[in-house]
Design a binder for this molecule. Structure first.
Ligand SMILES: O=C(O)C(=O)[C@@H](O)CO
Ligand SMILES: [Mg+2]
Length: 276
């Protein structure tokens, strides 16, 4: 059965951010992911991880900005990455280097690098080369530090004009970059909204070894995985059967309260086949 990581950006939001680590550990999580660490010093976050026996398994590179102040305000200003954006190469590089600095301090093996919102009047086709070039540079930087860069297909309802929407968009970029340090973050919530046929996509892409992180949520409300149109017990069994050994991030907005809504996870773990 997959190993689950708590997403501290969407879960435990009733608590101040730094208190969410303890809450996740108390609920039995051994790993966490979240959007951004940059409002805190790496040492403060590393101390929380250590104190609660948690591993950091994923976070995002800054969405834009050349310096810490600009990076901090970028998400609220509507920025969603710069990998595919012309003229933003310096911000892209600054963000990747800042993320890798945190990844090292937090011993986090991978960072999610976002591609950006397609500028009006531009076609994604025309920006694929630029995006691949930026991602190649990022993958080299990450590889030199023993880390991986991930890209994630995201649905256009939540993020209009986002550059990477389908699994094949992401895998096409991986083909172009051709680096063992660039991988895919496969979020089944986005996959269901954009493409459907999720089990077939898992069967196609997990055996490639290119999927380094999976995320889950119910569809369409992005609540607990036991709410909505996807039947996760079947998908978890399939993920196991396909030999996926990575983390599954719980990237959903709890409808029942974070701890009260973990029944789906406990049932999934209880259904785990006995280890030989
Ligand atoms: O929205 C998601 O899904 C994510 O995984 C974030 O990292 C990016 O928005
Ligand atoms: Mg996601």
């Amino acid at each position: 059965m997959p190993q689950f990581a708590a997403n501290l950006s969407l879960m435990y939001t009733e608590l101040p951010f730094l208190d969410r680590f303890e809450a996740a550990a108390r609920d039995g999580f051994e790993a966490v992911e979240y959007l951004f660490p940059y409002a805190w010093e790496p040492a403060a976050l590393a101390a929380r991880l250590r104190a609660h026996g948690l591993r950091q398994v994923l976070f995002n590179a800054p969405p834009a900005g050349l310096d810490r102040a600009a990076m901090a305000g970028a998400w609220d200003a509507g920025e969603r990455g710069t990998a595919a954006l012309p003229g933003r190469e310096a911000e892209f590089r600054a963000g990747v280097l800042e993320a890798l600095r945190y990844a090292e301090a937090l011993d986090c093996p991978r960072i999610h690098v976002m591609a950006g919102i397609l500028p009006s009047g531009q076609e994604r086709e025309a920006l694929k080369g630029l995006c691949a070039g930026n991602l190649r540079w990022a993958a080299e930087q990450a590889g030199a530090r023993g880390r991986e860069v991930l890209i994630e297909p995201i649905n256009l309802r939540d993020m209009p004009r986002y550059f990477v929407n389908r699994q094949d968009h992401a895998h096409e970029l991986l083909d172009a970059v051709d680096s063992p340090h660039l991988k895919v973050q496969m979020d089944l919530y986005h996959c269901q909204i954009v493409e459907g046929d999720v089990a077939t996509k898992l069967r196609r892409y997990l055996p490639t070894g290119r999927v380094a992180h999976i995320q889950v949520a119910g569809v369409p409300e992005r609540h607990e995985p036991d709410r909505g149109e996807l039947y996760y017990p079947y998908l978890f069994e399939l993920i196991d059967a396909l030999g996926y050994a990575g983390w599954v991030g719980c990237e959903y907005r709890p409808a029942a309260g974070t701890s009260a809504g973990l029944g789906w996870r406990d049932r999934a773990l209880a259904a785990r086949p006995a280890q030989a």
